[in-house]
Design a protein around this ligand. Structure first.
Ligand code: IPD
Ligand code: CA
Ligand code: CA
Ligand code: CA
Length: 279
């Protein structure tokens, strides 16, 4: 199936802008908040509205394309990523930030072809920052080209991290050990923004050196991955090997050397429930 990438990319940017406006307008207003799998796993009417708007628009324009959107997966559903053109949507990445008013939220839209992201759009409407990246065409922030830093080891670097809203204590213990392993080095610091997509774009734009963590989903990482790699950065799994979008873990960093340094110092976390078998 041949896809006009430039046209689809422009369409994705337009959808992100339009729906970002909805997120921005709702940001300072009272919200209807529901919980999903546990009390810290939040969803609002705006998450659902934005996802519906984006999926309806894509369905109308590309009726044969596959769609994966966070709020369409509820309960014990499984995700299948095929070789077909697949749009991967996170209507609001950083829902807890959206609810509490912390300005790291993004509308995230990516297109995956043959299991590889071909473009990604991460739009933070609160800060007015639109990050985009397209295969072989570079990455941009509001139309200006961006590039990663050149840091090669943990020392002197700012590392971002995060973990899922699921409160799995066995998993949290592993996360804590990995954060300690990184902090035992003279890294400048660790930051957690509460939005994987926003954090990865900080690496792409040279504002931070790396991001790592586990238990994310394909909609958290597909679009920002291509933005990082097209800005000259690298993505991998927690062992420093090839990234699999469905395996719920990532290191993204400005250089291969930094990925290897992080991978050497942390312990890979086995994810018992890859995206093919959502909990
Ligand atoms: C979450 C954010 C957070 C990450 C979680 C994600 P959501 O996405 O990206 O940074 O640590 O794993 O689930 O639920 O706000 O779209
Ligand atoms: Ca969520
Ligand atoms: Ca997300
Ligand atoms: Ca979300």
């Amino acid at each position: 199936m041949k896809v006009d990438i430039d046209e689809a990319f422009a369409f994705a940017r337009k959808l992100a802008l339009e729906n970002g406006e909805i997120v921005k307008n709702a940001f300072h207003k009272p919200k209807n908040v529901d919980t999903k799998s546990n009390p810290s796993d939040l969803v609002t009417e705006t998450d659902r509205l934005v996802e519906k708007n984006i999926l309806d628009a894509i369905r109308a324009k590309y009726p044969t394309h596959k769609l994966i959107g966070e709020e369409s997966f509820v309960g014990p559903m499984s995700i299948t990523l095929t070789d077909e053109p697949t749009w991967v949507i996170d209507p609001i990445d950083g829902t807890s930030n959206f609810v509490t008013g912390f300005p790291y939220v993004a509308v995230v839209i990516g297109l995956v072809l043959k299991q590889e992201p071909v473009f990604g759009v991460v739009f933070n409407p609160i800060l007015g920052e639109m990050f985009t990246g397209c295969k072989d065409k570079g990455s941009f922030l509001n139309g200006e080209k961006i590039a990663v830093k050149s840091t090669k080891d943990i020392n002197n670097s700012v590392i971002l991290s995060g973990f899922s809203s699921g409160r799995n204590y066995e998993h949290l213990a592993k996360v804590r050990n990995n954060l300690e392993s990184v902090l035992m080095n003279p890294a400048i610091g660790i930051r957690m923004l509460g939005s994987t997509a926003c954090a990865m774009t900080m690496v792409a734009a040279g504002r931070a050196d790396a991001y790592f963590g586990a238990r994310f989903h394909i909609w958290d990482i597909a679009a920002p991955s291509i933005i990082v790699t097209e800005a000259g950065g690298v993505v991998s799994n927690l062992a420093g090997n090839e990234l699999n979008l469905m395996n719920r873990q990532i290191i993204s960093a400005c250089t291969n050397e930094l990925i290897n340094d992080i991978a050497r110092k942390i312990t890979p976390i086995e994810i018992p429930d890859p995206d093919g078998k959502l909990e």
